[in-house]
Ligand binder design. Structure first.
Ligand code: ATP
Length: 619
């Protein structure tokens, strides 16, 4: 049976430093990112970009009109006697223009955030779908690897968070254009003012960069622990684990583990947040000092009469805005590069390629299978294990044959089945189907022709009908077929007792779901084997949870179903096993014996011994 991956237990303190080179390199992810956003919705993308462009010109225009208004007011005050109604009208036109700009700016701001959020939602959905689509192509082995899970977890977080990047980059461009307008105005008066602004914002930029990088390193190096926290939260409060948590009194153990791990993470984050706040205040104060230095200079020029009152407000306003915007741009830049680095995680995940796939030109799948499957010296080792799970395995599963696999726990029975379905490929030797390597056939075709019900089958929290239809999901609306399958697997009697019949939600996670007993679930899961029109049907301990009468009936029906088809049954019950044409006995991953029930009894080897043990138990 497949082993679950346990998350990292000990927090790692490894600091993953990100250099400036890597930051700039991460910006290289932006084109691919924008392609994704563009594919999400070209209309929203273009609309967003154009509205932001228009909005970028508004601050400079507003300030300039403000300057004109003040100059006009001053002029009117000086020459009250000589002013014409045209002068006053001009003033009111200016005020109206500024009011108009304010309204347009607010409306554009709202429209832009609306588009941001719509695009963000669509983007999150699209990326989640791509994530699932990509997961479907990957190898089972990759799912059993902890580092893969770390990558998957980081990628999953990207699906919702990356819209920040989207509005970030758009906002950045908008701000840059705004600043260009304002800076042009400033430069006309005095280019040195621009330099002063740059100097004023540099310290806080450097500080922020530093802290952004540290927070990324922290969050990255804590990925396994964050996964463990999620896992603890799940097993601490889930219907799947509730009974064992109660019976064994595990809640304090789980809570303590959660508390200590989350506290440790909190402490690390807290110390980072505190030093960030302290340094941030100090460095921003430096910038503020620079700003007021320039302000004093402008005021003195106004007092000295070198510039008008309108110029004073325009300059002071532009100066304040340019400083704010530049600070924003630089800060954004550092968080942008950080976001772009996170983006790398998403693309890293998409770049993972499966090693098990179909050949470029696939051989047509035999229908019917004529000779059968031949294992030639097959060996297989799980990547995270030193031990051979199977070794030197050679035998033939003839077309139409019913084969039973027997062996102690861990002997390699489930592994053998997984190799047959190409969930893994052999590390040594090969498996042939009608004379050709399994790898020469189309993977989807192969899987379509093999139906496997694993001992750890999934209890989908969906309707009873869907739980059977997963055996051939394209036929999920074929009610007669679902019912016929249910009848063969004895699930019909289970479903007849459910208030909602085939539409009854199973499991207690959603709505009015009901829970089934272990044996009832197994009958439902067995229905999947009958749904599938496969040439080889494999049942991995299919009746372990069934009562004796149900087991007998299931096998009577299974015998009929598989007439003319090949089947493999894994079972520890010899009453089931003896019905097979041949029995293959595995020990420590190698073939010990193979033959019919009577041949093996006559041989008086391991099978005879195990059979005798069980038979005596019933006497
Ligand atoms: N995903 C995995 N990663 C690493 N080792 C594994 C994995 N799955 C199984 N193994 C190991 O491979 C060996 C064979 O396991 P397998 O599940 O094939 O045994 P089995 O005969 O089906 O046992 P059981 O009767 O208990 O179901 C065991 O030693 C097991 O620990």
């Amino acid at each position: 049976m497949a082993k679950t991956v346990t998350p990292h237990a000990n927090p790692t303190d490894t600091k993953e430093q990100i250099s400036w080179r890597e930051r700039f390199a991460a910006l290289g992810n932006l084109p691919a990112f924008f392609r994704l956003v563009w594919e999400t919705s070209p209309g929203l993308f273009l609309g967003n970009a154009s509205l932001r462009l228009i909005r970028a010109a508004i601050p400079a225009a507003t300030l300039y009109i403000g300057k004109l208004i003040i100059d006009q007011v001053v002029a009117l005050n000086k020459h009250t006697a000589g002013s014409t109604p045209d002068d006053t009208n001009y003033l009111w036109w200016l005020v109206a223009a500024e009011f108009g700009l304010a309204i347009i700016s607010t409306a554009l701001g709202r429209a832009v955030s609306l588009m941001d959020s719509l695009l963000g939602d669509l983007f999150a959905n699209k990326t989640s779908i791509r994530l699932m689509e990509h997961a479907a192509t990957l190898d089972l082995e990759q799912f059993e690897d902890a580092t893969f899970y770390d990558k998957l977890e980081r990628a999953r977080r990207q699906t919702t968070g990356r819209t920040v990047l989207l509005s970030g980059v758009f906002g950045q461009v908008q701000e840059l254009i705004s600043v260009a307008f304002l800076a042009a105005g400033l430069a006309i008066y005095n280019p040195w003012l621009l330099l002063l602004i740059l100097l004023a914002v540099t310290p806080s930029f450097i500080g922020d960069n530093y802290f952004n990088q540290r927070s990324y390193s922290l969050s990255r190096s804590w990925t396994p622990e964050r996964r463990e926290l999620d896992y603890l939260r799940f097993i601490g409060a889930s219907d799947e684990t509730a009974k064992e948590v109660k019976i064994f009194g595990l809640s304090n153990f789980l809570i303590d583990r959660f508390r200590s791990l989350s506290w440790e993470y909190f402490l690390k984050n807290r110390s980072l947040a505190i030093s960030r706040a302290g340094w941030g205040t100090l460095l921003t104060a430096l910038g503020t000092a620079g700003y007021y230095g320039a302000y004093v200079w402008i005021v003195m020029r106004a007092v000295g009469g070198q510039i008008s009152l309108g110029d004073l407000t325009f300059l002071a306003g532009s100066f304040r805005q340019v400083r704010g915007s530049l600070e924003g741009i630089l800060l954004q830049f550092s968080s942008l590069t950080q976001e772009a680095i996170y983006l790398q995680d998403l693309f890293d995940y998409f770049a993972i390629q499966p090693s098990i796939h179909s050949p470029g030109i696939a051989r047509p799948f035999p229908n019917p299978i004529r000779e059968g499957f031949v294992f030639e010296n097959v060996g297989f080792k799980y990547t995270n294990s030193e031990r051979w799970a199977l070794r030197n395995l050679s035998f033939t599963l003839h077309a139409g044959e019913k084969l039973a696999l027997v062996g102690e726990n861990g002997a390699g029975k489930t592994t053998l089945v997984k190799l047959l379905a190409r969930l893994y490929d052999p590390a040594e030797g090969r498996i042939l189907l009608d004379g050709y390597d399994l790898r020469e056939y189309d993977l989807m075709e192969l899987r379509r022709n093999i139906g496997v019900i694993f001992q750890d089958y999934t209890r989908f929290k969906m309707s009873a009908g869907v739980n059977i239809a997963v055996g051939d999901i394209d036929e999920r609306t074929n009610q007669p077929r679902i019912e016929a399958s249910a009848q063969r697997s004895l699930a019909d009697t289970v479903i007849a007792k459910l208030a909602g019949g085939y539409d009854q939600q199973l499991g207690r996670s959603f709505g009015k779901g009901v829970e089934l007993s272990g044996g009832e679930w197994q009958k439902v899961a067995l229905g999947r084997a009958y749904m599938r029109d496969a040439q080889l049907i494999i049942l991995d301990e299919p009746t372990a949870a069934l009562d004796a009468r149900a087991e007998y009936e299931v096998f009577q029906r299974f015998g009929k179903l598989t007439d003319g088809k090949s089947s493999v049954i894994i079972s520890h019950r010899f009453s089931t096993v003896r019905m097979a044409d041949r029995i293959l006995v595995l020990e420590n991953g190698t073939l010990l014996e193979i033959g019919s029930h009577y041949e093996l009894l006559e041989k008086d080897g391991r099978y005879a011994e195990l059979f005798g043990l069980q038979a005596r138990g019933y006497q």
